[in-house]
Design a protein around this ligand. Structure first.
Ligand code: MLT
Ligand code: MN
Ligand code: ZN
Length: 320
């Protein structure tokens, strides 16, 4: 395979393509306070597509971190990801997609990338098995779109369509839960295993700088805290502000803990968990439409910002 590197910038470019959790914001069937506000244009609310990031080391070739059902819209709204005529009749800057779990909001966008365009899909054995079991993903023929298993805790170079992307990825298990449609209600933690929910450490192979991407996480345990200590940038699970907010709003009879998502607030929440970790920037992503912090004028938003954390938004760019 011919490897071409186009290292032009001195930094990684990270873009939030979608900052919302599954369902997006507003969610199609939801009349909660937030969804109603964003739908009717109340100031302080912005619409958000579903959960995905894109990262590039050279500004030319890009890696998707998760592929959301809104990917077509996200590509259209992101000039860096457009097809470019100077590269031929068929071309995409997207050279790889790395998946963190099998959730609908993280894998369905792969379907948008059909058309025999070469790129690589990276995922854990558990998530690859889910993709294999769903025959619709065969529209991504493996001769064009190889599926590459990420072994946990082993950094390796990301490549795709014959391009060395100048980045390494290390996948690691985080506390969490198997995708909703795969839950086995008769087993412990719904039959979840290591590899069902992973975090990613992405490292620039030249500059050796790293950031973390953890859009789904049930708990910041000691192991995860040690891993994240002193990280310059972490994009982290911002699904809910409080564990019971969906119940309290009459939306769904489930807590965040039941869904495998840590909350932002509270003693066991992520704001408290990160307070001693000396992380440079904590940027929340995968934000559910019930989260009061979606209102820029809310007390929840003030609490987050007072703690030095950030609420990610679609189109947000971080350079590292
Ligand atoms: C989640 O993050 O918990 C899932 O995306 C929920 C869902 O499948 O709707
Ligand atoms: Mn999700
Ligand atoms: Zn809603």
């Amino acid at each position: 395979m011919a490897m071409r590197a186009h290292i032009q910038t001195a930094e990684m470019i990270i873009k939030i393509l979608g900052s919302a959790a599954g369902g997006g914001f507003p969610q199609w069937n939801c009349n909660c306070r937030n969804c109603t506000a964003v739908r009717t244009g109340v100031p302080g609310f912005r619409a958000r597509t579903q959960s995905s990031l894109a990262v590039s080391r050279d500004g030319v070739n890009w890696v998707l971190l998760n592929a959301s059902p809104d990917l077509r819209q996200q590509i259209n709204e992101t000039p860096e990801l457009h097809a470019k005529p100077e590269f031929g009749m068929r071309y995409s800057p997207i050279k790889a997609a790395v998946l963190t779990n099998g959730d609908v909001d993280h894998i369905i966008g792969l379907i948008n990338l059909r058309e025999a365009q070469p790129f690589s899909v990276y995922a854990s054995d558990r998530v690859l098995a889910t993709i294999k079991a769903n025959s619709v993903f065969q529209v991504l023929a493996e001769q064009h779109v190889p599926r590459i298993e990420m072994k946990l805790n082993e950094p390796f170079a990301l490549t795709g369509a014959g391009v060395d992307l100048g980045l390494t990825v290390e996948a690691f298990a985080v506390p969490g839960k198997v995708a909703l449609y795969l839950e086995d209600t008769s087993s412990d933690n719904f039959g979840s295993k290591d590899g069902d929910t992973i975090g990613l450490k992405i490292t620039d192979t030249v500059e050796k700088k790293s950031f973390f991407y953890i859009p789904g996480c049930a708990q910041v345990d000691e192991k995860l805290a040690a891993r994240l200590k002193d990280a310059p940038v972490v994009f982290f699970d911002g699904t809910l502000f409080t564990d019971n907010e969906m119940l309290d709003q009459g939306l769904m009879p489930k807590t965040g803990a039941r869904m495998g998502h840590i909350s932002m607030s509270g003693e066991d929440g992520s704001i408290a968990a990160f307070s001693g970790l000396n992380v440079g920037r904590l940027v929340y992503v995968h934000i559910n439409n019930s989260n009061p912090a979606l209102d820029e004028n809310s007390e929840a938003r003030k609490t987050i910002e007072a703690a030095g954390c950030e609420v990610g938004y679609d189109g947000m760019e971080v350079r590292l």
